[in-house]
Design a binder for this molecule. Sequence first.
Ligand SMILES: C[S@@+](CC[C@H](N)C(=O)[O-])C[C@H]1O[C@@H](n2cnc3c(N)ncnc32)[C@H](O)[C@@H]1O
Length: 407
Amino acid sequence: MPSEVEQPAEETVRQLRLLATPTGAAALTRAAGLLADRTDVVTALSRLRAEFGADLGGPAWGVARQRERARPVFGADADRLLFTGDTLEQAGRPGLADRRAARLLAGGVGTAVDLGCASGTDALALARAGASVVAVDRDPVARELTAHNAAALGLPVDVRDADVVDLVAAAADGQVAGCGAAVLDPARRAHGRRITDPDGWSPPWSTVTALLDAVPRCVVKVAPGLDHDRVPGGVEAEWVSVGGSIVEALLWGRGVSATWRRATVVRSGTVHELTADTDPGRAPVAAPRGWLHEPDPAVIRSGLVATVAQQLGATLVDEQIAYLTSDAPADSPWVSSYRVTDVLPFSVKRLRALLRERGIGRVVVKKRGSAVEPEALVKQLRGKGEGRAVVVVTRVADVPTVLLCEG
Ligand SMILES: C[S@@+](CC[C@H](N)C(=O)[O-])C[C@H]1O[C@@H](n2cnc3c(N)ncnc32)[C@H](O)[C@@H]1O
């Protein structure tokens, strides 16, 4: 659909409306079938255009492809929703949006606004959680998508054209756009590139802080790399990982904040939360022991490594590096543990010799505080042996070091 080809928003809106007709639905079903059959793009497009006309063929193929990309995260709903490439790229995970909505509305507030709705993931979650929802966006394509998607899921959402900067500037009595709760997820990409400076987000950082100051029941999605110094006082910052990768970072309004920092780790569908009411500082440092523990990235980004170290009786291997070590394995969602068999100064030659001696032919390389390229090192260390190992390349007391661990 429209994202691959730059075209005026009005044209995209017109195509989306065509796709929402019964003929459009038939074209989407046919496109999904062709995609499932792995029909090549040229054949698929020519069949779709022959059967449904040029106006519907291309857009139907585009949406079918977005739905295929969306399915792993959106599940069966993906086949009822419309996305463009841009809005799918910006979309959060519906499961996490539901979790956010539940927490935001837990105080009993009945009205919520999604400030910049894109294809509506947050607006739909707020409506599912029972709120009366307003969704705003200045982009007509986003408004069309959100209105369509809400109707497709049978959820009432009032979609409006407004500028979020103006709405937040006008917030009063703890409300914005007449709602007692708000979700703000600023656009942090432009022309396919990440915008690292929060002042360049849309809406910009000044609107983020204005919302946090004016509306106590709000949550703002921010870049996971956000500098802790930016987090305003009294605002809880939360980092969320799924399957070992950071997927979102959140700032909670002061009416919802319950702690200083929170690390939320989703592993095999189970949600684990670690909190600290004050900065736990740095964990103590000591030489590597029998076990190495790799903290989850949500623990690292939220600044809670010292909290985990204390729980595990562990120490850092180096003042600057987020690897922990202790005498015992850890049965903990906050870390992955590896039994250390050898500690040696970093040298590919020595490492190769040691692996050969141990009959280890396959390794997984992990690194922190080192410039090595893991893929290149994996190839360099590949041998004939049947054994497997984890090679951790890091620094210990600032010396480049390898911790060889059981694989
Ligand atoms: C990151 S997307 C939101 C994604 C959405 N939360 C989701 O999970 O699908 C940001 C949206 O904000 C909209 N936006 C950016 N600046 C805006 C402004 N000043 N006023 C209104 N909408 C704005 C963009 O058009 C875009 O649709």
